[in-house]
Design a protein around this ligand. Structure first.
Ligand code: ADP
Ligand code: ZN
Length: 672
């Protein structure tokens, strides 16, 4: 008997080992195996069995450490699909799926006091909400789907009551003793969501996210694996929750870019969730106020059942949105301080009214730091990162220049490093500068900033959020980090200081992303008793992304954007893959990319697959490596996959890209 074993290596092959007689009764797929591997021992997973035909004298498995398979069958099949679809080594996928250090050694402990009785207690005391008619309809459609695979797209405005639908849809699943998976982007930033699930399902909730310590993660993993927890709430890796039986999967904010892992195994957890539901034979609900073009297109094509929740729950109105055209000259003479176009008079006035009324105000700017870059007025020098071809961003705190691509930092110069001149100008502005300006305008109100800089380890992020929730903080300045999921009922006004940043990214999804982030951030206002208001400052108020967002009009946005995608043959009308060739030496990277592209183009002939490039990446050098991109496009994912598989095998065997690294990104999110 021979076993195929996936080992956590960069190789996409599995390795064949002989199963010794003493282990034959025990060897099953999903079981961990300890095997000799080039003079050392390694731990892998049994993923299948084979006849062992071949020219080799296969080595024997040394041991099977667990009494039963660590990886449930459904999860093993999902890992196999991810490995194949995203062209990633199965061993690496399994390593990402299984919490490191987890062992199958303990027998399942009897569940602590709890169970349905204590779950009911968690619900006690709160009057049961009466569902709205659309919520009822959505729920009965989901319940009516029965047990099998059935995908739903739940399209409902921010605050329309989607989470309430998830909670109710999951209840019968848990009562039947099956597992439910709930994915949410950036779960560590949205403790509220976890609290709502815990309030309903008590100690049957497990939470999985990257902020856990390894031992916490192991513990959660084990609780799920042994059926102590039946609801797994988490970020993208929760799609790997090791339930033996899955009865429901929810992907909240399904459009969110953070579902795509951009390093290591480049999978999209939203798509993997749909595949897991297919494997497990259960419903999957994709929910969003701003569905991705792909998902909405699938819904219109009848692949997903479309469920709509128009308007907000409990009859709350959608916030009023006002656009301010920054390209028009503004009379600034009436302002207290000269401003740098980050804040206009109407925005300041509206904020003052809200603050004086005891409300909170959220200012949104999707750029960290103090100024985008610094420039010498004498010689024009702009300090750039030594490792990446981007200017360094100035951060006032600590007076540092930081690279937002690789994290490199250096002290900010007070004179030009090139000509020694002292006329340094600070161009553009990020959240740090905006916060400083707001403190000058509103010195009597507590201001805090929420962005990636403020959630640094030990940065007290939870306290920051708590102070906002308690109303102590009156003014919040934040990047898109604040746009997600938070239910902050005291916010009466949201000010978007510059909507154009995301619109001008060199990326075909720029318009979609702009619409999404504006709609999401606008959705932070008016969630409580106070009717909300949103002010968006932009140089392009007529752009359809901005115009449709200002009217909360998803459908019109979709109708405009889908025409462009069709004309340009972009997703959802085609499938893309991005091949990145990187090298420390520019000429090696260039030649390697040319070699790879030639092989792919030859293989693509007559296949209905376009191969474009190579072209230098928009950010040419990152972390010391020059990057060239080759883009593959096809109507058929299968054809695209064939061309890639065959091409990359040839690249390897012909050593077509010496001294380069070649990476594949299937269904890339961005093209930067
Ligand atoms: P979403 O997930 O779409 O943003 P939520 O489910 O969080 O919406 O609902 C927004 C708010 O409205 C929450 O405070 C929720 O408790 C409340 N809510 C949801 N459904 C109802 C309902 N049927 N009646 C009254 N309030 C509701
Ligand atoms: Zn850098």
């Amino acid at each position: 008997m021979y076993a195929e074993i996936a080992i956590g290596l960069a190789s996409r092959k599995t390795f064949t080992y002989k199963v010794p007689e003493r282990l034959e009764g025990k060897a099953r797929p999903g079981q961990r195996a300890i095997v000799p591997f080039s003079g050392r021992t390694k731990t892998g997973f049994i993923v299948g069995f084979s006849s062992g035909d071949g020219p080799f004298d296969y080595k024997e498995i040394a041991d099977l450490p667990d009494a039963s398979p660590l990886v449930p069958e459904g999860l093993l099949r999902l890992a196999g699909w991810i490995s194949e679809y995203y062209m990633a080594p199965l061993g690496m996928v399994l390593a990402a799926a299984v919490a490191p250090g987890v062992e199958e050694d303990r027998p399942s402990r009897p569940r602590k006091a709890g169970g349905p009785a204590s779950d009911a207690r968690a619900e006690e005391g709160r009057p049961e909400l009466v569902l709205s008619a659309p919520q009822e309809e959505a729920l009965s459609a989901i319940a009516g789907a029965g047990g099998g695979f059935s995908p739903f797209l739940l399209h409902g405005a921010t605050g329309s009551g989607k989470t309430e639908v998830y909670l109710r849809a999951i209840r019968p699943v848990v009562e039947a003793g099956k597992g439910a998976i709930v994915l949410a982007p950036e779960i560590s930033l949205t403790p509220q969501l976890v609290r709502r699930f815990s309030a309903r399902f008590g100690d049957r909730v497990a939470v999985l996210h990257s902020g856990l310590t390894p031992s916490q993660r192991r513990q959660q993993w084990r609780r799920i694996r042994h059926g102590d927890a039946l609801v797994a709430v988490g970020a993208r890796s929760a799609v790997f929750a090791p339930f033996m039986r899955v009865g429901m999967i929810v992907v909240d904010e399904e459009h969110d870019a953070s579902y795509k892992q951009e390093e290591g195994v480049r999978y999209n957890a939203r798509d993997a969730a749909v595949m897991r539901a297919k494997i497990e034979g259960c419903p999957v609900i994709l929910g969003s106020a701003t569905p991705s073009l792909e998902s909405y297109h699938n819904a219109l094509a009848g692949k997903y059942a479309l469920l709509e929740l128009p308007g907000r729950a409990a009859g709350r109105p959608m916030p009023e949105v006002r656009l301010i055209d920054l390209s028009e000259p503004v009379n600034q003479t009436t302002l207290q301080h000269p401003v740098d176009r980050l804040l206009t008079e109407p925005l300041i006035d509206a904020a003052r009214k809200r603050l004086e009324n005891g409300e909170q105000v959220l200012f949104f700017l999707n750029r960290r730091g103090y100024s985008d870059f610094i420039i010498c007025r004498d010689c024009g020098e702009v300090p750039k990162c030594a490792n990446c071809s981007v200017p360094m961003t100035f951060h006032r705190r600590g007076r540092e220049l930081k690279c937002h691509w690789c994290g490199a930092a250096s002290p900010a110069p007070s004179v030009c490093p090139k000509c020694g001149g002292d006329r340094i100008k600070y161009i553009g502005g990020g959240t740090e500068k905006l916060q400083r300006e707001l403190v000058r305008f509103f010195p009597d109100f507590k201001t805090s900033r929420i962005d990636r800089d403020s959630i640094a380890p030990g940065g007290g992020f939870v306290k920051l959020l708590d102070d906002v929730a308690s109303g102590e903080t009156k003014i919040v300045v934040g990047t898109q980090m604040v746009s997600k999921g938070h239910d902050l009922p005291g916010i009466g006004l949201v000010g978007v200081t510059l909507a154009d940043y995301s619109l001008n990214q060199p990326d075909f999804r720029a318009a979609e992303r702009t619409f999404q982030v504006l709609t999401q951030v606008a959705g932070r206002s008016g969630r409580g008793e106070i009717p909300g208001e949103v002010i968006i400052q932009t140089y392009r108020p007529e752009h359809y992304s901005i115009e449709c967002a200002s009217r909360h009009d998803y459908k019109s946005f979709y109708d405009e954007e889908i025409i462009l995608r069709k004309e340009l043959n972009l997703p959802p009308f085609s499938r893309l893959a991005l091949v990145a060739v990187r090298g420390v030496k520019q000429d090696k990277a260039h030649d390697g990319a040319a070699g790879v592209a030639e092989i792919l183009k030859n293989g693509a002939r007559g296949m209905g697959v376009d191969v474009m490039g190579p072209a230098p990446a928009p950010v040419f050098r990152v972390r010391g490596k020059y990057r060239y991109f080759i883009i593959l496009r096809s109507k058929s994912h299968r054809k695209l996959h064939e061309v890639l598989e065959a091409g990359l095998r040839l690249v390897e065997s012909k050593k077509a890209a010496p001294a380069c690294k070649v990476d594949v990104d299937v269904d890339p999110r961005g093209m930067m």
